[in-house]
Design a protein around this ligand. Structure first.
Ligand code: IPD
Ligand code: CA
Ligand code: CA
Length: 266
């Protein structure tokens, strides 16, 4: 059988190349909501990834963001975001990625995230560490929140839901060195893994946004949890990732916001 990570890396590179080649020019955009858009390139990228994975692993299940849902009894399931950062892509803002993870019996065992604009391939195998273009990476050594560069994102339903991250954003912006909103959660997690960001939090992400990136962050020595600092599942509504050293300080602030009823969390 072919190596999972090799096939996933090849698929991410092929889809990423297609995205990069087509970033300029007109494209068809449809809307899933008033600000949640999808381009024809999301679909084309997904088809490339799905075709390449199925060519090597025809018996595996697949769940991909746009249109592919294949269930099998194999115990293996690929989780794919064919274009993470669609809003950026549609505006020609060069920050987006292809994210591919493999789950075995409910546990993520391999993941790749590819940034075609920088030709950066982040990958990890469970228990074997994380790499960027083949070289081992690890999280930053920053241990003070005020010296930390953080990242976050805001859910598409922010105009209609009070659970919208604005209060968390306010308090963490005041407590840290800076907060970025780059627009690709999969890359945000890889940037925590490679020490470029010290921490990242977001609400309402989907399994395809976080499955590969959360494994990569953990395998690089990072911590990934919910906002209480305890459990984490790729199906969870809350994600907090960090270098581990500032995790407690991040949890304290997220919990203090929650206690005063901010960014309404039930
Ligand atoms: C989005 C990106 C963004 C995050 C959104 C996601 P998409 O994914 O990861 O950074 O803030 O919550 O939905 O829609 O571009 O695949
Ligand atoms: Ca996404
Ligand atoms: Ca997407």
């Amino acid at each position: 059988m072919k190596d999972f990570l090799t096939v996933a890396s090849d698929a991410a590179r092929a889809a990423g190349l297609l995205l990069r080649e087509n970033i300029q020019g007109k494209r068809e955009i449809t809307y899933k909501g008033d600000i949640n858009l999808v381009t024809e390139m999301d679909m084309r990228s997904e088809r490339v990834v799905v075709e390449m994975l199925l060519a090597s692993f025809p018996g595996h299940g697949i769940i991909a963001e746009e249109e592919t849902k294949i269930q099998t009894a194999s115990g293996y399931q690929w989780i794919i975001d064919p274009l993470d950062g669609t809003t950026n892509y549609a505006h020609g803002y060069p920050c987006f990625s292809v994210s591919i993870a493999l789950e075995h019996k409910g546990e993520v065992i391999a993941g790749v995230v590819y940034d075609p604009m920088r030709d950066e391939l982040f990958s990890a195998r469970k228990g074997a560490g994380a790499t960027l273009n083949g070289r081992a990476i690890k999280v930053s050594g920053t241990d003070r929140l005020i010296q930390s560069l953080l990242a976050t994102g805001f859910p598409y339903d922010r105009k209609t839901s009070e659970k919208n991250n604005l209060d968390y954003f306010h308090d963490l912006l005041m407590a840290s060195q800076e907060v970025r909103r780059d627009g690709s959660a999969a890359l945000d997690l890889c940037y925590v893994a490679s020490g470029r960001f010290d921490g990242f939090w977001e609400l309402k992400l989907k399994p395809w946004d976080v499955a590969a990136g959360s494994l990569i962050a953990r395998e690089a020595g990072g911590m990934v949890s919910d906002f209480t600092g305890t459990g984490f599942s790729i199906h969870s509504d809350e994600l907090l990732a960090s270098n581990g050293r500032i995790h407690g300080a991040l949890v304290d602030i997220l919990q203090s916001v929650r206690k005063r009823g901010g960014s309404r969390t039930p």
